[in-house]
Design a protein around this ligand. Structure first.
Ligand SMILES: Cc1ncc(COP(=O)(O)O)c(C=O)c1O
Length: 331
């Protein structure tokens, strides 16, 4: 099977498995797992933050991150297609009592002015105050879009005076950095809390890292424990994450090139390919997905008329060729 449904489907490489097998471990709930500590220090430094917290998933990273900058009864404002409001099972409300409000943007592209115009102030007896704004980079449902740096800068500069925090869902921030050339710490410094994933394009089997100030991460550690996310000899997973940071970041450029090639050969405008995602619009998605599956190619049905293809660590040039052979006649 050639699995283009998501970049989460990768399996650890032989070298990553070796690193996991050889990991020195301790009890991380006691703060004694050396590789988790090393991973947290490394990722915090990469993003220009004081501290970091290893969490089991991007969802937990996002939800704790938002809780750290928003109190129950206050709101987080974000894009209508954001992962935090689309795919996280209403966790902000169900778990933390946070209200979320969304704006419909132009194709998922962050517009600082649009978000700022929707922010509601504190101290008004009628209005739910906006404590935080959530940004997604790259934007999953916008086809792996890289957010414009000027808009991120404008939003963050405004937020300092406005007393509003910024949370970054950086599940694929690595793809954004590789595609745009913007350093990770530049993206990191434009957010108060940021969740970054090791288990998407980077190819680790499990794990995300939340970065923030030391005080916020200390509080985040309590929330992680309350949610049952305190893990023990989890250095076996941190070893995979560290290995991914050493070996799988720069190679994301290969995934991006393969996505562009896939698009070109399927007649999709390559200008719509920003990173590792190709979106096929106006297709009969269920039929296309079923027929492709019959030929050994798995694709993701985003809607009845939209299919998504992702390139990743387990998709090489031969897999792209084969996927084109199968998909082109179906289109
Ligand atoms: C943009 C984005 N944020 C967050 C997540 C959540 O990550 P997880 O599946 O590890 O909870 C995903 C998952 O695909 C994602 O695409």
């Amino acid at each position: 099977m050639i699995d283009l449904r998501s970049d989460t489907v990768t399996r650890p490489t032989a070298a990553m498995r070796r690193a996991m097998a050889e990991a020195e471990v301790g009890d991380d709930v006691y703060g004694e797992d050396p590789l988790v500590n090393a991973l947290e220090e490394r990722v915090a430094a990469m993003f220009g933050h004081e501290a970091a917290l290893f969490v089991p998933s991007g969802t937990m990273g996002n939800q704790i991150g938002m809780r750290l900058v928003c109190q129950p009864g206050q709101e987080v404002l974000g894009d209508a297609e954001a992962h935090v409001v689309t795919y996280e099972m209403g966790a902000a409300a169900a778990v933390f009592g946070l209200s979320t409000r969304t704006v419909v943007s132009e194709g998922g592209v962050l517009s600082a002015d649009q978000l700022i115009s929707q922010v509601r102030p504190f101290g008004n007896w009628h209005l739910t105050p906006t404590a935080a704004v959530a940004v997604e980079n790259t934007h999953n449902r916008a086809g792996g879009l890289v957010q414009p740096l000027e808009e991120l800068e404008k939003l963050f500069a405004w937020s300092r005076d406005a007393g509003v925090s910024v949370h970054l869902d950086g599940a694929r921030i690595w793809n954004a950095a590789v595609a745009s050339g913007v350093p990770l710490d530049t993206y990191g410094r434009l957010a108060d809390t940021a969740s970054v994933c090791l288990s998407k394009g980077l190819g680790a089997p499990v794990g995300s890292v939340l970065v923030a100030s030391a005080d916020r991460i200390a509080e985040g550690r309590l929330w992680r424990k309350r949610l049952g996310g305190g893990m023990r000899q989890v250095g076996v997973l941190a070893a995979a994450g560290l290995h991914a940071l050493d070996h799988h970041v720069e190679r994301l450029a290969d995934d991006h090139a393969r996505a562009r090639r896939l698009a070109e050969r399927l007649g999709v405008d390559p200008a719509t390919v920003h990173t590792n995602m190709v979106v096929l619009d106006g297709v009969a998605a269920p039929m296309l997905a079923a027929a492709a599956k019959g030929e050994g190619v798995l694709v993701s049905e985003v809607s009845a008329t939209r299919v998504r293809l992702l390139t990743h660590l387990d998709v090489d040039d031969a897999a792209v060729d084969r996927a084109v052979e199968v998909l082109a006649p179906l289109l």
